[in-house]
Design a protein around this ligand. Structure first.
Ligand code: SF4
Length: 340
């Protein structure tokens, strides 16, 4: 009788997704492509990543070309993907791979995990997909399949050790770990979906406790973290020539190094009474909090000296690395056409 791993591999042969960063039948020939895709896929869907991945790989086809590029170029190519820390770390890691490893990615998970921006998940992914070694990347799809297979109905945060151990055991039994790692993810993404899993099409239904018990729609149990809501103002300052005031975010952390209209998250901060508070609001969801910014529009030829920026013609906006948040502000402020 076939094992779970064998059934998944068989199913993958016919039903696995064709993705530019995967190769059916073994390791992908480019650890660089696998690594870029994995960083892009963090907190972002496959569908969203596809066009960005192609564009990024055309602009930076090798790890050496990425390492040699100015950070601003990398941020510009990342524009629209969000979570810009990923792009900065990608650039840092490209330099390390180029300078310390001669442009070749290490095949060991422990060595990969020493690179900037590569954590437990990404090191396992690159090891499995690019080197065909039995390391298990555990994402939301894998968690869903494993917990349903076993009928585990405890909150996932409390049973991650058990989930990881099961995922490890499954991949270690695989004749082709790269295909297996893709197979379980693809099953989670296309059949064992969060809502309405298609159990009748699933190759694992004979092994699945949740299917047997009729509990698939109740598993996995994910406890949502309470989110923080923050509010503030964003300032669209136009001078007499129609140029708009922009600056580079110098504050460390969130959106560091990206272009922005000045903004704050303190609604009590004073600003001149003749600056007009509009009714326009921009909402944005960050990993740990929700942000709502109210647009303040004004015409002025001078701004507070410590805002450290300059006036830029909207026709040049497309040459600056704006965050997704600031693109939303620009769209709301009437500058959408300048990014086309
Ligand atoms: S039988 Fe249903 S619940 Fe079980 S693994 Fe397959 S799709 Fe998921």
């Amino acid at each position: 009788m076939k094992t779970v791993t064998e059934k998944l591999l068989k199913w993958y042969e016919k039903n696995g997704r064709d993705l530019p960063w995967r190769t059916k039948g073994g390791a992908h020939p480019s650890p660089y492509a696998v690594w870029v895709s994995e960083i892009m896929l963090q907190q972002t869907t496959v569908k969203t990543v596809m066009p960005f991945f192609d564009r990024f790989m055309s602009r930076f086809p090798t790890v050496e070309s990425l390492a040699a590029a100015p950070l601003d170029d990398v941020l510009l190519m990342w524009q629209g993907l969000g979570y810009y820390t990923r792009a900065r770390k990608l650039h840092e890691a490209a330099k390390v791979v180029t300078e310390q490893y001669g442009g070749r990615f290490p095949a060991s998970r422990a060595e990969l995990a020493k690179l900037p921006g590569i954590g437990a998940y990404t090191s396992a992914s690159v090891t499995a997909f690019a080197f065909n070694l039995p390391e298990s990347p555990v994402d939301g799809n894998v968690i869903r399949v494993v917990t349903r297979l076993n009928g585990w109905d405890e909150p996932t945060v409390e049973i991650m050790d058990k989930i990881n151990a099961c995922a490890d055991a499954l991949i270690k039994a695989a004749a082709c770990p790269a295909d297996y790692a893709s197979a379980i993810m693809d099953l989670g993404a296309t059949v064992c979906t969060p809502k309405s899993p298609q159990c009748l099409l699933c190759p694992l239904r004979g092994d699945c406790k949740a299917f047997k018990d009729g509990t698939a729609d109740k598993i996995p149990v994910i406890v949502k973290l309470k989110r923080d809501a923050r509010r503030g103002y964003v300032f669209l300052i136009t001078n007499a020539k129609g140029e708009v005031f922009l600056r580079t975010r110098s504050e460390k952390g969130l959106l560091h190094g990206l272009t922005e209209f000045p903004w704050n998250t303190d609604e009590t901060l004073p600003f001149p009474a003749d600056w007009k508070i509009t009714r326009k609001k921009v909402k944005h969801v960050f990993t740990h909090f929700d942000l709502t910014l109210t647009l303040v529009a004004l015409t002025a030829d001078a701004v507070p000296a410590d805002w450290n920026g300059r006036f830029v013609s909207p026709g040049n906006f497309k040459n600056f690395p704006f965050s997704t948040l600031m693109r939303k502000v620009a769209d709301k402020g009437g500058y959408k056409s300048f990014f086309a």
